[in-house]
Design a protein around this ligand. Structure first.
Ligand code: GCO
Length: 450
């Protein structure tokens, strides 16, 4: 075997509660910010049914098993457990996830559970959401409830999925709830999320939970568009804004110095209270989850508008680059570069690749098959890149394709498909794609032949 992986390596795929479950008004679930988002205006799609995983999880788990998975990453919907974000526990929500977790384990699939993947209960947003530090106590209580109820069977936990996307999407681009464009708020939310993460790590230790806990980030390498000094400065800055800003606090309890100074001067944000950085340092996680999709190439931006992050530098396409249907550059080499840079800057930390995959417009052929060779190629190239990381001493413990089944893409609806399993969104019928069949061999062989 040319690309053999370590013994006990975990092979699986991932989803997030809101992107697959549907059943938004069932089982006593409360309203989330995404329910509000999809129903406040007609966007052409909603998450009401999504992939109907809420009703079909048993069938889905059967398919995961058929694809040889030994792990699966899911997230829990806060509003199914606490419909208002806090207060009375909704037993039906606990029952649902208990059944789901038990079903996975009965099929030999290790659950990797994300506590928060963006589906904030609406009631908490009404009270300021992540901007209101008081809400962090509700986050901790919610995590405590999960540890108490599922901690005997779950031993891989992650606190928050991609804070950068929530910060950038929700507070810079205004594309995700709460649809704000306010940099001061953005940086505060970012710091508060880091504090929430560290509080949960602390709780995990205090409760003597078995297993390990980490966070899921989506850092990316950024290269300058040219050798010009201006482009190099732009690339450094973009790397600070998209990568270091999120990696540094959870790894070493610091923010990149130049960027922090600039944020405080320009936006008076984030407000970091006394003891916060020590708290981040003291409550170190066990692993770093990495969602890796692409690299960015940055160039100097004439406008230089500091009210808009995106005008301080601009992202450009490279002429010979390979891009997905959504313009994301396919750049597997970047994975080693990124992980190597992270360990050089912040030290060693075990890694899970918690997401990697390709969003595409899939077609069904005349025989009803989905021949997604482009996805196989994408995943294969990234598995090789991951192998290189391991050969060079980076400890990677598992790999999760994004996504297990076709999901609701937050702002692209149901046309951007990522799944190893195809979902017909009219009939909700499932079918394993060519990529899923191919991935089965990878998991069974614990590696790649070529
Ligand atoms: C999309 C996005 C998501 C993210 C995932 C991040 O198209 O909606 O790509 O699917 O990848 O939610 O964790």
């Amino acid at each position: 075997m040319k690309y053999k992986f370590p013994k006990n390596f975990l092979w699986g795929s991932a989803t997030a509660s809101y992107q697959v479950e549907g059943g938004v008004n069932e089982g006593g679930k409360g309203v989330t910010v995404w329910d509000t988002y999809y129903h406040s205006e007609d966007r052409g799609y909603t998450g009401d049914v999504a992939a109907d995983h809420y009703h079909r999880y048993k069938e889905d788990i059967k398919l995961l098993k058929e694809m040889g998975h030994n792990t699966y990453r899911l997230s829990i919907s806060w509003a199914r457990i606490f419909p208002n974000g806090y207060g009375e526990i909704n037993q039906e929500g606990l029952d649902f996830y208990n059944d789901l977790i038990n079903e996975l384990i009965a099929n030999g699939i290790k659950p990797n559970v994300t506590i928060y993947h963006w589906d904030l209960p609406q009631n908490l947003l009404d009270q300021g959401g992540w901007l209101n530090r008081d809400n962090l106590k509700h986050f901790v209580d919610y995590a405590k409830c999960l540890f108490e109820n599922f901690g005997d069977r779950v031993d891989i936990w992650t606190t928050i999925n991609e804070p950068a996307s929530e910060v950038m999407g929700g507070f810079v681009q205004g594309a995700h709830p709460p649809l704000e464009k306010n940099l001061a708020k953005a940086f505060q939310v970012s710091h508060n999320m880091n504090m929430g993460h560290a509080m949960i790590v602390k709780l995990f230790r205090e409760m003597n939970m078995k297993g390990e806990i980490g966070i899921v980030l989506n850092p990316m390498p950024v290269h300058p568009a040219s050798e010009s000094n201006e482009d190099k400065v732009a690339a450094e800055k973009a790397y600070d804004y998209f990568t270091r800003w999120y990696v540094a606090p959870v790894m070493v309890g610091e923010y990149p110095k130049a960027m922090l100074t600039e944020c405080i001067e320009r936006y008076k944000s984030p407000i970091i209270e006394d003891g916060d950085l020590e708290f981040l340092k003291e409550n170190k996680m066990d692993f770093l989850g990495i969602n890796y999709y692409m690299r960015r190439v940055a160039a100097h931006n004439e406008s230089g508008n500091y009210e808009k992050i995106n005008e301080q530098f601009k992202f450009v396409k490279v002429p010979d680059g390979l891009y997905t249907d959504w313009g994301w550059e396919i750049y597997p080499e970047g994975l080693y570069e990124l992980l190597d840079d992270i360990r050089k800057e912040y030290g060693e930390m075990p890694i899970y690749i918690t997401e990697n995959g390709m969003g595409a417009i899939d077609k069904i052929d005349e025989n009803g098959e989905i021949n997604d060779d482009y996805r196989i190629d994408y995943i294969k190239r990234h598995i090789k890149a991951m192998h290189k990381c391991i050969e060079n001493g980076i400890e990677i413990k598992g790999y999760y394709v994004w996504s297990a089944i076709d999901i609701l893409s937050w702002t692209n609806g149901y046309t951007k498909r990522y799944g190893l399993i195809h979902v017909d969104f009219d009939t909700l019928e499932r079918k394993i794609k060519k990529s899923g069949k191919w991935y089965k061999k990878v998991t069974e062989n614990n590696g790649l032949e070529e």
